[in-house]
Design a protein around this ligand. Structure first.
Ligand code: M7G
Length: 329
């Protein structure tokens, strides 16, 4: 929980006025397409719900401009408390309803005023089948991928897929989210853009989450990294930490800085999240600390081409089927 400075408040107001192409805050301009018609969404199914994260993931449909039916994923998420709003919440609630009382113990339903009961709403529209799969709760299986497996199974699979990373190019080319950039090193080889992840609303530091996106476009994932990429990785680590300290006052010892393997989007990016925040995707079978990645590459320039890497795949992911067909899962 953190009080917002006037500077942060002003920045938020600006940010709330716009977001990335194809992925939008529903009440903000959708980066060219206008606001998503949330009231017209026909909910088809609940993909997933999380009592812990206080979030639901919905698959819905709306009619496109020519009447065609299009899929959408809508994520509704209750947001963390903001310290500066708490006294307002206590004083100006619309209703306080006693639920139970026993000796010195009592519980209530408190109904906050509308301005303090916001729900973070993330829309992916139009959503592909892969988006629906990504958010659908499913059984998962662990895979241990050798360097050979990567060449024979995973790489051909990635190359055959077309999961658009247009949103990444929009950020790098300043076509979307340009006013959200926290730091940029413009070097085409060793440079990157640091930007708030769309999972973070920037209203409190408890769930701070940013991503650093490499300017180089051909590095798909951890598997492509060699010692040649050390200058880029070191820039991301050093400049990312400095920029977060400067802008948000969060020290590097309070940050978890890591890459995902497998990532969802095959363009090199590094996650920066608050150490105290159990961000999705920090499990040992997915997150690789950037400091360890740098050390491994310094020990062996080809480390990530040789090393077996473990990750989880959901039951109906086509990549799991490929591993099963090859007798590797
Ligand atoms: P990943 O490891 O490829 O996949 O990380 P994951 O989504 O399964 O973790 C991509 C990161 O980019 C995630 O943390 C996403 O929340 C974030 N992200 C995805 N999109 C589509 C956007 C976007 O449009 N803007 C921003 N700022 N972040 C995004």
């Amino acid at each position: 929980m953190a009080a917002a400075s006037p500077q942060r408040k002003r920045r938020r107001e600006k940010e709330e006025a716009g977001d990335g192409a194809g992925v939008a805050d529903a009440d903000a301009d959708a980066g060219g397409g206008g606001a998503f018609p949330l009231a017209e969404l026909r909910v088809c199914r609940l993909l997933r719900e999380s009592a812990r994260d206080k979030a639901v993931f919905l698959h819905g449909q709306v009619n496109g401009t020519c009447g065609e039916v299009k899929d959408a994923v809508v994520i509704l998420e209750k947001t963390p408390f903001q310290e500066e709003n708490i006294s307002d919440l206590l004083k100006n609630h619309t209703k306080l309803q006693l639920q139970m009382s026993n000796d010195i113990y009592s519980t209530y339903h408190l109904y906050p005023p509308p301005q303090l009961s916001e729900i973070k709403t993330t829309v992916i529209y139009p959503a592909t089948e892969k988006h629906l799969q990504k958010y659908l709760r499913q059984e998962v299986h662990l895979i241990r991928e050798t360097g050979e497996d990567y060449k024979n199974i995973t790489l051909p699979f990635i190359q055959s897929q077309s999961f658009s990373i247009q949103w990444v190019y929009n950020i790098l080319e300043k076509k979307a989210e340009a006013d959200r950039i926290i730091h940029e090193n413009p070097d085409p080889c060793n440079g990157f853009v640091l930007i708030p992840d769309f999972k973070w609303n920037q209203k409190q530091l408890d769930d701070l989450y940013l991503i650093a996106i490499s300017h180089r476009r051909e590095i798909k994932s951890l598997r492509d990294l060699t010692s040649e990429h050390l200058p880029l990785l070191k820039n991301i680590l050093q400049e990312g930490k400095e920029a977060i300290l400067k802008r948000f006052g969060v020290a590097s010892t309070q940050l978890r800085i890591y890459l995902h393997y497998q990532p969802s989007y095959y363009h090199l990016h590094v996650h920066f999240s608050a150490l105290s925040y159990d961000a999705p995707g920090i499990s040992v079978e997915r997150a690789h600390l950037l400091t360890d990645v740098i050390d491994n590459l310094e020990l062996d320039p080809q480390y990530y081409q040789k090393q077996a890497l473990t990750f989880a795949l959901r039951a109906d992911e086509p990549l799991l089927k490929k591993f099963q067909e090859a007798g590797r899962a």
